[in-house]
Structures are given as C-alpha cells and as structure tokens.
Design a protein. Sequence first.
Length: 86
Amino acid sequence: MTSLIVEKEPITDNPNEILTVRQAAQVLKVSYSHMLRLIRGEVTGMPPVHHVRAGRSVRVRRGALTEWIREMEHSSAEATASWNAG
C-alpha cells in the first residue's frame, strides 16, 4: 500500500496574504465550519470576520484576520474590566 503525502502551502506573516477559509481556520485553530460561522457573523457576541467574495469563493486577508483578533482581545479586556468594576 502506498501512502499519499500532501504538502500544505506554508502560511506566511504577510498582512496582504489572501487566505482561504481553511487557512483562516488553521490560523485561528478552529474548524472549517466554525470559521464559516465567524465569517457570516453567526457567532453570538462576535462581529463577522471581514472577507471578500469572488463568486462562491470566500477569501480573508491575513491583515483583516489579525485586526479582527485584536478587536476581540480589546472587547474581551473591556468586558473583563467592566465585570470587575461592577
């Protein structure tokens, strides 16, 4: 029996890199289906991930994903601070 080795393209740190939904999911370490829900804005308490559609294809710019993560960190920190203050 032969084994098939599939090499994945390396994901760089370039903020202009265009990611597929699967690559964006790898960056966030979430499943493909959860990434789609994040893109669609279907996750309670989280804004949608900025993306671009080209027909049926969905792409996420690495910089947009990084900014989205920063926004989530910032809103999480604010929520924690207001929780501790009240």
